[in-house]
Structure formats: structure tokens, C-alpha cells
Ligand binder design. Sequence first.
Ligand SMILES: NC(=O)c1ccc[n+]([C@@H]2O[C@H](COP(=O)([O-])OP(=O)(O)OC[C@H]3O[C@@H](n4cnc5c(N)ncnc54)[C@H](OP(=O)(O)O)[C@@H]3O)[C@@H](O)[C@H]2O)c1
Length: 325
Amino acid sequence: MGSRVNKYRRICILGGTGFVGQHILNRLTNTDFKIRVISRHRERHRELLLFPEVELVTADIHDPQVLKENFSDQDVVINLVGILNQSGKKQATFKAVHVDLTRHIIQACQMKGVKRLLHMSALNADSAKGPSQYLRTKGEAENLVHNAKNINVTSFQPSVIFGLEDDFFNRFARLLKIPPTFIPFPLACADAKFSPVFVDDVAAAFTVAVQNEATFGQRYALCGPESYTLKALVEYTAKLGGIKRSIYGLGDSLSKLQAILLGFVPGQPFSKDNYLSMKIDSVCDTPFPALFNITPASVESIVPSYIGQQSLQARFDDYRRTARR
Ligand SMILES: NC(=O)c1ccc[n+]([C@@H]2O[C@H](COP(=O)([O-])OP(=O)(O)OC[C@H]3O[C@@H](n4cnc5c(N)ncnc54)[C@H](OP(=O)(O)O)[C@@H]3O)[C@@H](O)[C@H]2O)c1
């Protein structure tokens, strides 16, 4: 559906080494595109060098000059860079990663004549009404890209994304095993709702959108077919993982307290900002956008292939079999 532009050949991806990025790369490498991925740590992603179409560059994307140099011969930019929690480092704050970086990307695209930008946002991103800094800065960035002159922009707002290497089901599978497992697992924001969307469906939407004029100027909310409470999803993870542990949903005050305390734990498994993001349900009002011609995969059709399986190889084989494409 929609008209194809067929004139784009070279794509620069920021955040292409991440969870979603690798799935987008998998899809784009089966096409005619030449792809440049910019990473802070090229040496950690040497597997990407196996793709002949992929050029992996180490550079500091927060330096506007780096963006200009790397965009000068490109047709399309895809920005997937995002963080769920900020650290004290200058280039790891929500403002630096979501807003300032996006502004620099827009300026570099405009200076170097890049006419096509695909931007990753998040469901409920809203610069004014977002309850958390994550959602407000994601909203600010989304507004910046959609107000940018001379660039055809498409943005995507997914709910939580699942797949083999996800940081949602895998994280809960790990957390549930932390002793003492005979006590109920204390779950913050247990009633918050999500419509988890499969990473390969998100990747497919990006790759279809690249050349499709009908997607120019559009913001797409991306959700899976079903909504669940967080408690239901964690109970399902425990069941798949064979973990016999009950889940105790914390009330609002204890959820907030847990968020504040875990915010001090290295790696911030949960933070006050995450707690605030969950004040709004992460569910869509509309089905998966018809233009992409995708029937979104359900949690039940994919997650059992990678949670609770014995070996990594078994998980991989099963996952490859289960994922429909
Ligand atoms: N995963 C989800 O459930 C979900 C849901 C909604 C929206 N999103 C959005 O989707 C996008 C991709 O998510 P993901 O799960 O694929 O994330 P991810 O695995 O963490 O990958 C993000 C990539 O961004 C780069 N990056 C991270 N922090 C950075 C920083 N401070 N400065 C510069 N680069 C940085 C990293 O690349 P290098 O280390 O190679 O530099 C990383 O590979 C993000 O914008 C995220 O907010 C994700």
C-alpha cells in the first residue's frame, strides 16, 4: 500500500547496534541498501562486519561535526538511539540523548541534503503531558523531527518491544530467580498495562516505511494484538521459566519507594522515572497500522521460544522456527 520512492540507496543508522537496530539491519541487509552504522564501540559489534553491505563506524554521535561528515553521502537517516534511564554522564542524560542529539541530527540532515529521516520515539511520548522525563524528552524529540523543514519524517511509537534479546521478559526471568524465592516477588506498578509488540514487526514497519511516501509526516503507534497488566506478564514469565514464585503487586506508595531505592542500585533495574512512565498505560487506541500489511505477532506465539528453554542453542533454534519470517 502507498507509493514507493525507490530513490534511496544509502542509509545511516544511529543506534543500529542495539536490540531493535540489529533486527532492522537483518531486514535491510536482504535488500539493495548500503548501510552505515555509527557506534561508540565498533569492537563490541564485530558480528555486523559479516554483512558485506554494512559499514561499521566508531564515532561520537554527540559531536555535530561527526554527524555532518557521516551524513554527507547518505539518502536516509534512521535514529534509534534512546535510553530508559539517565546517568550522571554528560552524554547520557535524557536531554542529551533524546533532544540535543535529535536537534543535531536534523541540522546535519538539512546541511547535507538528507531528505528522509525515520525516528524512533515511544508510545505516550508527549513533551507537555508526559508523566516522566523519558516520555517528555521523547515527545520533545518527536516534535522537533516533525517540525523540521525539508526532511520527510516518519516516527514510530512502540509499546514495550519483545524478542529473543529483549530487556523485558529476559529481565523479569532473571529477577524472579533472585533469592529468597520462597517469598513473593514484590512487583511495582503491577496494574500498569502494556501491549507488547514483536521486535521483528517493528523492524518490518521501519523497512517498509523507508521508501513509502504515504508514511511521510506520519507518527505510528505500534502495539501487539493483546494488552496485559504487568502482573499478568510477569506471572506468564514465571510460568514459562518454571519458576514457582508468586507475584505480590505493590501499592502505589511502595511502588514509588521501590523505584527510589532501586534507582541507587548499579544498572538501575527500576527507577523513579520508570515508575512515572508507568502512570499511563502503554496500550494503543488503534490496531497495528494497516499500511504495513503486518499481522502483529502475539506474546504467546514468540516468548515461549526464548524464555524457559534449556540451552542458548535450543533457544535460538526454537526462536528461528517460531518467528514467522
Ligand atoms: N526496547 C523497547 O522495549 C522499546 C520500547 C519503546 C521504545 N524504544 C526505543 O527504541 C529505540 C531502540 O531501543 P533498543 O531497545 O534497541 O535500545 P538499545 O538496545 O539500548 O540500543 C540503543 C543503541 O543506542 C546507542 N546508545 C545508547 N545510549 C547512548 C548514548 N548515551 N549516546 C549515544 N548512543 C547511545 C547504543 O549504540 P552503541 O553502544 O553502539 O553506541 C545502543 O546500541 C530507543 O530509542 C528506545 O527508546 C524501545
